[in-house]
Design a binder for this molecule. Structure first.
Ligand SMILES: NC(=O)c1ccc[n+]([C@@H]2O[C@H](COP(=O)([O-])OP(=O)(O)OC[C@H]3O[C@@H](n4cnc5c(N)ncnc54)[C@H](OP(=O)(O)O)[C@@H]3O)[C@@H](O)[C@H]2O)c1
Length: 273
């Protein structure tokens, strides 16, 4: 499994991780799938207090019990729970549900009106208390990134929407993150059920590389060393397919073909789900 340097610390995590949004709908299957992903080297596990109102964190806590030290564990605080005191309290609740004493990374889920400084100050306090190792943001466009970075330069990553039909972040967000040493975490890398299964280009490259079209798509999205992806699956077969993308490196010619078949489109404001 290829590793991605994570943010300014250079921490290395597997380039393909596991998302957990809406996993709680099939709890037993999801626990099995997460564990299969860990066994396959997908040790970056992304969750959030929002997912199932805490149920996804509880499920992750069950899946990683006994192997916490092998997991790069990420959760997120909702904007409505941001601010100084509320972020500290939200983190404690997440830790309890996840049955752990620390997160590897804690993110502000998206930007809303309240000032960023108290939340970033809470992240700093959580780091000093050993409750989180790193912090970052999610769904931040360049303006928000500028503002956050001016307050604290230790922001490790920006988690943003990125898939073959939604490549807007390539214009400004990825270049900004690369210039400032932030990793980019691609969420919904299959476009939330909107995957271009009919793509002839993906199928041809997949056949030539003994891979699958989805593995080729993940390899395309993680072609830059700054970017990694967190597909969600509650199906062990799918998880193993996703893990298989971690070792696939596309050639420049293959990248150019995919770029032509699934173009980035014009610059626009940051899309989000
Ligand atoms: N920061 C944010 O605001 C934000 C927003 C959205 C998502 N996220 C994070 O990103 C993660 C991934 O995004 P997502 O869950 O929206 O969508 P996604 O990963 O793009 O797609 C998930 C869908 O793809 C299917 N799938 C996964 N692997 C497959 C495979 N190999 N073959 C066929 N189908 C496959 C899953 O079904 P099966 O379960 O049946 O495999 C599921 O229906 C989330 O779980 C969450 O952790 C973050």
């Amino acid at each position: 499994m290829r590793k991605c340097p994570f943010g300014p610390t250079g921490m290395r995590v597997p380039v393909i991780g596991q998302g957990t949004w809406m996993m709680e709908r099939d709890r037993a299957a999801s626990v099995r799938a997460l564990r299969a992903g860990l066994d396959a080297g997908m040790t970056h596990v992304d969750t959030a207090e929002m997912y199932g109102d805490g149920a996804a964190e509880e499920l992750v806590g069950e899946a990683i019990a006994g192997r916490r030290d092998k997991v790069f564990l990420v959760s997120k605080v909702l904007p409505r729970n941001a601010g100084y005191e509320d972020t500290l309290a939200a983190c404690d609740r997440s830790l309890r549900r996840l049955r752990t004493d620390h997160l590897d990374l804690y993110l502000l889920h998206w930007r809303e009106q309240p000032p960023l400084e108290p939340t970033l100050r809470a992240f700093d306090a959580l780091m000093r208390a050993g409750k989180i190792r790193h912090f970052g943001v999610s769904n931040f466009d360049v303006g928000d990134l500028e503002e956050a970075h001016a307050i604290d330069r230790r922001i490790a990553c920006n988690q943003v929407l990125y898939h073959l039909k939604e490549r807007a972040i390539e214009h400004a967000v990825i270049p900004w993150c690369e210039r400032h040493g932030l990793a980019v975490v691609a969420y919904s890398p299959y476009g939330e059920g909107n995957f271009p299964t009919g793509s002839r280009t993906l199928r041809e490259i997949a056949r030539a590389r003994s891979a699958t079209p989805r593995q080729v798509a993940l390899a395309f999205m993680t072609r830059r060393p700054s970017v990694f992806a967190i597909p969600k699956s509650s199906d062990v077969k799918h998880v193993l397919e996703n893990a298989g993308a971690g070792d696939l490196r596309l050639t420049d010619e293959e990248i150019a073909r995919i770029d032509k078949a699934h173009p980035a489109g014009p610059p626009k404001a940051l899309p989000m789900i």
